[in-house]
Design a protein around this ligand. Structure first.
Ligand code: C2E
Ligand code: MG
Ligand code: MG
Length: 756
């Protein structure tokens, strides 16, 4: 605090001020104390702290009414005299606080006497002190809110892990539901919480599954409620968070009105993708407003509880079965776990080795969806047979559920790798399902143990975690567990919950990468590449969340949004001028999307509502998406082509596709993968290979786009192949729509180009 020009008399006054203001617990009381002090110290009648046209605190105004307009006008005109209603003509002095927005400390004294220089200096010194105090208080408030946030999140995680623990301990489902409800109540610090689940036999009715803090008679009166009614019911029907105030809550529900609920908030609970119920929290405290933080906590909790619930139901289901899987005749999960327990005990005595392999079929959902459950079952049976052939007598193969299998092998790491390789080889031959040839690879995770140190649950979990790695790597392979993967797996569960509704929260954005005519640099079109701007993690790559969205089925909704947004953007660019009229937009389509019966409709709808000419839309499909069932994929692709859109095979050359296949598929474009480009500048063989691939496309009268062009040398080599389009960092990185505008504006005035 600077006191340079404050005279001796004033110093104790200022000290008193500093003590009063810095001791204030919050901003409101600091400003109140400051204005009281300033008015008194300057022997003034009235004082006020103005933040623009708002009074933060005032003193001495009759009935507390601050003539803000009058004062603001005087300040703006630098007039030192003003008429204050109820006080009369006053002398005015003010000083400005250096905050983000201008805040003025204003004091007015009745009469004509001007303020002395000492008085003005005193006021300025006080203002400086107040500025520092306010800044400190704001910083503290910000820190407190992040600390609260962290604490809440920590609490949330602890609750969830205890729920998860209860589930693995196989406590009855009803107890899990109660635990979820009481956890919600504690987490949000409210008096009441309920969990309502849709009646499996009557989809319009919700049953009270668990409650906490409600008197028994009230609970009885609301055991059955309707979907769409009340806060809980609306959370279900809208599949979103609902907040309601007293009047709405009590409406038509006298029993709850008796509870004097001031605020209630409910979030939907899911099982897989279906909404199956909602969690409601309610408080009688009028001041307990459900702010953003509370909304986030409840949403996050409901999402996680959903995952736990799905899990719990699965566990219950498995318990109901005996020890063998009816379909494949393999051992089931519980017997597998028991055998693993036993094996670990024995390994402890004999200091021997054990390995668990966790196996998950790649694209099982796709097969099941496209060929039907009978074919899916047939596939599982055959996989079971092939697995058995890979094992020695003392080893165990189990079906854990769905398309998940596990193997218990009495061997070390090297032996486990051998088993994994044997399994992968056994999966290679086509499966004949319903007279059709289908390919189904598997992803395998391996966890090993020496001397029985592990515990069974953890070993299986670790193998499962490693399996996910294998799956995300590309599938059809194995990965050995490492401890660092565990944390990553937890993060993945979080990500899965966050993904829901990300597009609606406007966290999804599209970048656009130019596709360029190599001969003259004209932009022929763009490829839309989705980006997730996650609140906490920054930008998440599509490689990390598209597989997740596929797995959870969220891809359908996300895909529709991507299509719509990309088509609209393309149309907007085309409308810049005639030379952009033929600009094309490429949109990536994931395998699961292609399977969706509504996909053709979705494409037609996006074209229709954006007004984009179908010929200007390219759908990029990977080989994997068509390989599963070539016949039905061909039918789907033909239907899409019927709309007039072009089809491209993406990442061409990285999968199993052959020339023969390419001839049969109704596609127009191949996008040659980056791996063909990487070494062409230094390796003539690689360059020749790329040229061959390009030639092949030309012979089949397909358009060719070469991807991943990173250097000028590469571009120059590829430019020699006629009629080839290029894409890559050297030609243009993926960019925002605004950057795309700028790029195109370079050729806005150019003569109409002949670009594709
Ligand atoms: P993709 O379809 O093969 O897209 C090309 C990827 O290569 C993009 O990565 C792009 O940023 C990157 N790339 C382009 N030029 C170069 C280059 O010169 N060097 C290198 N190293 N990379 C280059 P991105 O955006 O990370 O996307 C990865 C994949 O995620 C895409 O591969 C595509 O399969 C998928 N994807 C992206 N957006 C979507 C989408 O909207 N829907 C679906 N279903 N999948 C998407
Ligand atoms: Mg692509
Ligand atoms: Mg590609």
């Amino acid at each position: 605090v600077t006191t340079e020009s404050v005279d001796r008399r004033s110093t104790p006054l200022l000290a008193e001020f500093v003590a009063a203001v810095t001791g204030a617990p919050d901003e409101a009381s600091a400003t109140r104390r400051a204005v009281d002090w300033a008015t008194e110290a300057l022997e003034a009648e009235v004082g006020v702290i103005l933040d623009g046209d708002r009074a933060l605190a005032s003193a001495g105004f009759p009935r507390g009414e601050v003539p803000i307009a009058v004062l603001a006008e005087a300040l703006a005109g630098e007039r030192e005299q003003v008429d204050v209603a109820g006080v009369g003509a006053c002398r005015l002095v003010w000083t400005r606080l250096e905050m983000e927005s201008p805040i003025d400390l204003v004091v007015a004294r009745a009469g004509e006497d001007p303020f002395s220089r000492e008085e003005i200096a005193l006021l300025r010194a006080a203002a400086r002190s107040l500025t520092l105090t306010l800044r400190l208080l704001r910083a503290l408030a910000a820190e407190r809110s992040t600390r609260d946030h962290l604490q809440k999140r920590q609490g949330l995680l602890e609750r969830l892990s205890s729920i998860q623990r209860e589930i693995t301990r196989r406590v009855p489902l009803a107890d899990v539901l109660t635990l979820i409800t009481s956890s919600a109540r504690d987490l949000l610090d409210v008096e009441m919480a309920t969990l309502r689940m849709i009646d499996p036999t009557m989809p319009d009715v919700m049953l009270l599954a668990a409650h906490d803090g409600l008197p028994a008679d009230v609970a009885t009166s609301i055991t059955r409620t309707e979907v769409g009614q009340g806060v809980s019911g609306r959370a279900v029907s809208s599949d979103g968070l609902v907040i309601a105030e007293r009047d709405e809550v009590s409406l038509g529900r006298p029993s709850l009105a008796d509870q004097d609920v001031a605020w209630a908030m409910a979030a939907p609970v899911h099982e897989g993708l279906r909404v199956t119920g909602s969690i409601l929290v309610a408080t009688t405290r009028v001041d307990h407003v459900f702010g953003l933080a509370e909304q986030e906590v409840l949403t996050a909790f409901a999402e996680h509880a959903s995952l736990a619930l799905t899990d719990a139901k699965r566990v219950e289901h498995i318990q109901r079965l005996a020890f063998h899987d009816e379909l494949t005749g393999l051992v089931n999960r519980s017997l597998f776990m028991e055998r693993l327990d036993q094996a670990l005990l024995r390994a402890r005595r004999r200091r021997s080795n054990l390995a668990v392999l966790f196996l998950d079929l790649d694209r099982f959902k796709t097969i099941n969806d496209s060929l039907g459950h009978t074919a899916g079952d047939q596939l599982l049976v055959t996989v079971g047979q092939r697995l058995r052939q890979c094992l020695r007598d003392e080893d165990t193969a189990a079906r854990l559920g769905g398309d998940e299998f596990a193997i218990l092998a009495h061997c070390d790491r090297a032996g486990a790798i051998e088993v994994a390789q044997r399994v992968l080889t056994a999966m290679e031959p086509a499966f004949t399902l319903d007279g059709r040839e289908v390919f189904a690879a598997a992803s395998i995770g391996i966890a090993t143990d020496r001397g029985g140190r592990a515990n069974a649950e953890r070993m299986l979990r670790d193998a499962d975690t490693a399996m996910y790695r294998a799956k995300f790597a590309a599938g059809n392979g194995y990965v050995i567990f490492e401890p660092s993967m565990h944390a990553a797996a937890l993060a993945r569960i979080d990500l899965e919950a966050d993904l829901r509704g990300a597009a609606l929260r406007e966290e999804m954005r599209l970048d656009y990468q130019p596709i360029v005519e190599l001969s003259d640099g004209t932009v022929a079109g763009f490829e839309a590449l989705v980006r997730w701007h996650h609140r906490g993690r920054g930008v998440v790559s599509p490689l990390d969340f598209i597989p997740l969205a596929e797995e959870t089925g969220q891809i359908a909704e996300l895909g529709r949004w991507i299509l719509q947004t990309a088509c609209e953007q393309c149309r907007r660019w085309q409308q810049r001028g005639p030379q952009h009229r033929g600009l094309a937009m490429s949109v990536n389509v994931s395998p699961r999307q292609l399977q969706d019966a509504r996909f053709v409709n979705d494409v037609a709808a996006a074209l229709h509502s954006s007004g984009l000419d179908p010929h200007d839309l390219v759908l990029e499909i990977t080989e994997g998406a068509v390989m599963v069932d070539i016949e039905s994929a061909t039918r789907k692709l033909s239907a899409l082509r019927g709309l007039g859109v072009s089809l491209a095979i993406d990442d061409f050359g990285t999968g199993h596709s052959s020339l023969g296949l390419l001839r049969r598929l109704p596609v127009d474009i191949i996008k040659v993968d980056k791996i063909f480009v990487d070494t062409i500048a230094t390796d003539p063989v690689a360059a020749a290979l790329l040229e061959t691939v390009v030639q092949m496309g030309v012979i089949l009268s397909l358009d060719v786009v070469v991807e991943g062009i990173e250097t000028a040398d590469q571009a120059a080599i590829i430019a020699r192949f006629t009629g080839v389009l290029g894409q890559g960092y050297h030609l243009g990185r993926p960019m925002s729509a605004a950057a795309g505008d700028t790029l195109l504006s370079g050729s806005d005035d150019a003569p109409e180009s002949l670009a594709v």
